[in-house]
Design a protein around this ligand. Structure first.
Ligand code: GLC
Length: 446
């Protein structure tokens, strides 16, 4: 007979999974076949959100998982670029919308969809592999992958051709919104080098969420200014590399690309007849991992950091992105020990949930503000997978347990307070947030 506590926790888990499915189903837009991150605050399709969302759907609705990916890829540019937002629909609850971004200034922008002219962490490669692993009908999912994998390959080729001016295997981002960790204190050093005009605009995010959890107006000036520079040059990558004051090699972004390279190698292996592509992917991969370890590791801090390519220096701060390379098998065994020690000492004390998005010991840490401290479920999911793969079973289980507990206690929020002493209302940002729901399903089902 099952013991009561086991029965009880199974009940709770099933209940949570059901709630998560409801969040995802409510955020899915049936006509266009994509899922909004959450109502009001994020009313369009976001690139890396869709990847995580598809993983959640894969566990109970393979059709939706496939439609999600196809909806994103339908907006791919002719040069392989995949934009960060696809404006499938109109909405006046978000700024800046398609009229501000004007991505069609780029001659190879999507002719069929309105999009932004920037991208997000390239998760699609490894997401395809996740879908293959999760979805039971292997013939059907492999056919789906066959139809779409070259699009993801072309995207990687675009990165290595146009986003790697030194040809060193590391790609740059030119905007904080490309990083996925939009409001991280990492960018403060770059804002200090800029003096943009004060733009006139109407914020929409602060009508949905407490302003104390969101960026300031002055920070929005920096964000808009970077877009204006890119627009002035029709979103030309070479011009951006030459002129953008924000030019960063981000360890999270590059780790996602490397993990996706590895997944494409495996998937092309399954598909067969793809030797040339596998060979090129392996070349990119070897070069990327070597340079990543040489350039982005900081011995003093004991983890990876961002590299400011415009000002040719490391940005010496720890964030959850500092640990993300564990997910992509980038550090060797010795280095991973160092990284885990750093994580435990600074982020993993018993009074905290793992994993704060920014160094809790830094004076830039803010436990409530958007990427300046709170825990994010997608970063936790990456860390959980990485720690487990390196054999840190206790720690990976703690990350998983913390993630589930936060959602169970507070709901499907966008981000959470890492301090255990905060007992009420520790969920912040948008509620009914899609990737928190999707990855909760994966945590509980795999
Ligand atoms: C926020 C996050 C970004 C995410 C977007 C939509 O801007 O910083 O990573 O993609 O919301 O959820």
């Amino acid at each position: 007979m099952l013991s009561f506590s086991f029965y009880n926790s199974t009940m709770t888990n099933n209940n949570l999974i059901q709630k998560a499915e409801t969040v995802l189903n409510n955020n899915f837009k049936e006509d266009k076949g994509f899922t909004i991150p959450c109502e009001g605050l994020y009313p369009f399709q976001w690139n890396w959100d869709s990847g995580f969302i598809a993983i959640g759907f894969a566990h109970y609705d393979a059709t939706k998982a496939k439609r999600e990916i196809e909806a994103l890829l339908s907006a791919q540019w002719e040069n392989g670029f995949i934009p960060h937002i696809v404006f499938h629909n109109d909405s006046d609850t978000y700024f800046p919308g398609p009229d501000f971004h004007q991505s069609k200034l780029h001659p190879l922008a999507s002719k069929t969809h309105r999009t932004t002219g920037m991208t997000q962490p390239p998760v699609l490669g490894f997401v395809l592999k996740e879908l293959y692993d999760i979805i039971e009908d292997k013939v059907d999912i492999l056919n789906f992958i066959k139809r779409n994998i070259d699009k993801v390959y072309n995207n990687h080729e675009h990165f290595y051709t146009y986003r790697d001016p030194n040809k060193e295997g590391l790609v740059y981002i030119y905007h904080n919104w490309e990083s996925g960790t939009d409001n991280s204190p990492i960018w403060d050093d770059i804002w200090a080098t800029m003096d943009p005009p004060k733009y006139k605009f109407e914020r929409r995010d602060t009508t949905h969420v407490d302003a104390a959890q969101r960026p300031t107006n002055r920070e929005y000036d920096y964000y808009l200014h970077l877009i204006e520079i890119a627009k002035e040059h029709n979103y030309d990558d070479a011009k951006i590399a030459e002129l953008s004051p924000f030019l960063v090699q981000d360890p999270l972004f590059n780790a996602m690309l490397i993990k996706s390279n590895a997944a494409l190698i495996e998937l092309y292996g399954l598909i067969g007849n793809s030797d040339d592509k596998i060979k090129t992917l392996k070349q990119w991969q070897t070069k990327a991992i070597k340079r990543f370890n040489e350039k982005l590791f900081n011995e003093k801090l004991g983890a990876y950091v961002h590299y400011d390519l415009r000002n040719e220096k490391q940005i010496e701060y720890l964030s959850s992105s500092s640990f993300a390379p564990i997910f992509a098998d980038i550090p060797n065994e010795e280095r991973v020990e160092t990284i885990v020690k750093t994580m435990m000492k600074k982020f993993g004390t018993e009074d905290r949930y793992l994993c704060a998005s920014f160094d809790p010991e830094s004076d830039r840490f803010n436990p409530k503000k958007y990427w300046r401290g709170p825990v994010w479920i997608n970063l936790n999911w990456l860390l959980y997978r990485g720690l487990k793969a390196y054999g840190f079973y206790d720690l990976s289980n703690r990350v998983k347990k913390d993630s589930i507990e936060l959602i169970e206690k507070y709901g499907f929020y966008e981000y959470f307070d890492s301090r255990k002493e905060v007992k009420e209302n520790a969920g912040y940002g948008g509620n009914n947030f899609s990737w928190s729901a999707a990855l909760l399903i994966d945590f509980l089902k795999s």
